[in-house]
Design a protein around this ligand. Structure first.
Ligand code: ADP
Length: 478
């Protein structure tokens, strides 16, 4: 590249010639004609002018121009300059020059320009300064015809591999764009483009058009960089997958632990049962009975936990088989009937007349739900009754629902607690666990099981009057 000292003989030529230092954003040298062109009072005044407020687009254009210089090329282009503050369109020759600092500068030679259509000039300027990449390609062979500075900076010069096909990481997308343009259609896609920094994500839009110079069919392509967005999206997905994985691992651990804990606990309970069947001193018997009831409570808690974690992990299967409904209900509530009778509470059960004797449903899970709800009703009722009612309702033709309701005349639940009862470890009354026993997992498990069986649960209650729990499950004729 030339040095500034080579410019001496241009000092007096009639064309404005000047050197710009892009690092300092100032003029570094100017001849007489350039001083007139820039309306400068003196050489010092021009060199002192500061251009640090130059737009991003103008900087990009300068960077592209300097790249051409480094590749040994000069350029000839229309620029908008503001010598007096007003835009002046000027045809500028540019070439590279080495500044006294050793850094690269730009040598400009201005040519008086002809008049231009202002609208054309505005759109050309907007295109030149736009951060969106804009390229034009021939439709027949994909060859690059034009790139705006943003596209040249991102993708490299058009003299390189400027083909439409070479732009896309995925060749199928390049084909889709070309196919759409051939039938006169625009195309929009998210695509990875081969940039100088490797593959980056863009929103790419293409439109078929005609080249105003040759009349050939061309494709206009614009691309907006969304790599940062894609990266954020990718990080978020990775974080979600990791969180899901961690949650699954926790659920699996919980299921495993509750299973492992049940085995020794069953051993303890078995031994307690054997010990209690032998003659014992009254004090010792009462201690062992406390140990047995605590052990049973712990077993219920572990079983509930195990079931819940199996549901969470999606490993709980509903297995419908033909079931004798009366028998199932009677067997389930029989142990609770004893408990109720001991407190003077009437546990009554009624069936709708049209209830078929056999139905297809999952007896194990149905029993579990019924035992939990009726168990609660008996537990929280000290006088009066617990009524269990079973009916068949048609949700839709051919899709019968087995409907249960359990009403009690017990202590009831305050309305503000009702909404929270299906959460884990939730008690409606302070000190419930101490006074009545219970894990606080029962209703949550009921809800999840009923949902697995294709139904839903509702709970209504009036404090000191009683509670009604209703639920339904899908069933089929057996
Ligand atoms: P727990 O195993 O403690 O009974 P549940 O999830 O089955 O847990 O019930 C949660 C809480 O809801 C109970 O502790 C109790 O406070 C309240 N509850 C449930 N059923 C009734 C009922 N029939 N009458 C009054 N309170 C009830």
């Amino acid at each position: 590249m030339l040095g500034l000292d080579a410019l001496d003989r241009l000092a007096t030529v009639d064309k404005p010639v000047w050197v710009f230092d892009p690092n300092r954003q100032r003029h570094a040298w100017a001849n007489e004609a350039a001083l007139r062109f820039w309306h400068a009072a003196s050489n010092e005044e021009l060199l002192a002018r500061d251009y640090t407020d130059m737009s991003e687009g103008a900087r990009a254009r300068l960077a592209v121009t300097m790249e051409a210089h480094r590749a040994g090329r000069s350029t000839r282009d229309l620029w908008t300059l503001y010598p007096e503050g007003r835009p002046t369109w000027t045809m500028l020759h540019t070439s590279g020059i080495t500044l006294p600092s050793g850094q690269q500068g730009i040598l400009f030679v201005a040519e008086p320009s002809q008049e231009h259509n202002p609208d054309m000039w505005r759109s050309a300027e907007a295109l030149m300064h736009m951060p969106v990449l804009a390229t034009v390609h021939r439709l027949d062979n994909g060859r690059g015809m034009m790139r705006n500075p943003a596209a040249t900076l991102a993708l490299g010069s058009i003299e390189g591999d400027g083909h439409l096909q070479a732009l896309f990481v995925n060749p199928r997308l390049a084909q889709e764009v070309t196919d759409a343009a051939r039938v006169g259609r625009s195309h929009r896609c998210e695509a990875q483009l081969n940039t100088r920094q490797g593959a980056r994500w863009y929103i790419v839009e293409t439109h078929p058009a005609w080249d105003p110079v040759t009349g050939a069919r061309v494709v206009h392509l614009s691309a907006l960089d969304i790599s940062t967005l894609k990266q954020a999206q990718h990080d978020l997905e990775a974080a979600r997958a990791q969180a899901e994985q961690a949650s699954l691992a926790k659920t699996a651990f919980l299921a495993h632990m509750s299973h492992e804990l049940r085995t020794p606990l069953n051993g303890v309970l078995g031994m307690l049962q054997i010990a209690l069947a032998t003659p014992l001193a009254p004090q010792l018997r009462s201690w062992l009975e406390v140990a047995q009831s605590s052990g049973k409570l712990l077993l219920t808690l572990l079983t509930d936990l195990l079931d819940l974690s199996r549901i969470e992990a999606g490993r709980m299967q509903i297995e419908p088989v033909p079931v004798d409904l009366h028998k199932l209900v009677d067997e389930t509530i029989a142990p609770l009937a004893h408990e109720a009778a001991a407190k003077g509470v009437a546990l009554r059960c009624s069936y709708a007349d049209d209830l078929p004797p056999r139905l297809s449903c999952d007896p194990v899970r149905l029993r579990q739900v019924l035992f939990n709800v009726v168990g609660n009703a008996v537990k929280f009722t000290t006088r009066g009754h617990v009524d269990v009612r079973i009916e068949l309702r048609d949700a839709a033709p051919g899709a019968p629902l087995l409907h249960f309701s359990v009403s009690d005349s017990g202590i009831g639940i305050a309305s503000e607690r009702l909404g929270h009862l299906f959460e884990s470890f939730s008690h409606a009354h302070s000190g419930t666990a101490r006074r009545f026993g219970g894990s606080g997992l029962g209703l949550m498990l009921v809800k999840r099981l009923v949902e697995l069986m294709g139904g839903s649960v509702t709970i209504d209650s009036v404090p000191d009057r009683g509670t009604t729990v209703c639920w339904n499950v899908r069933c089929a004729a057996a």
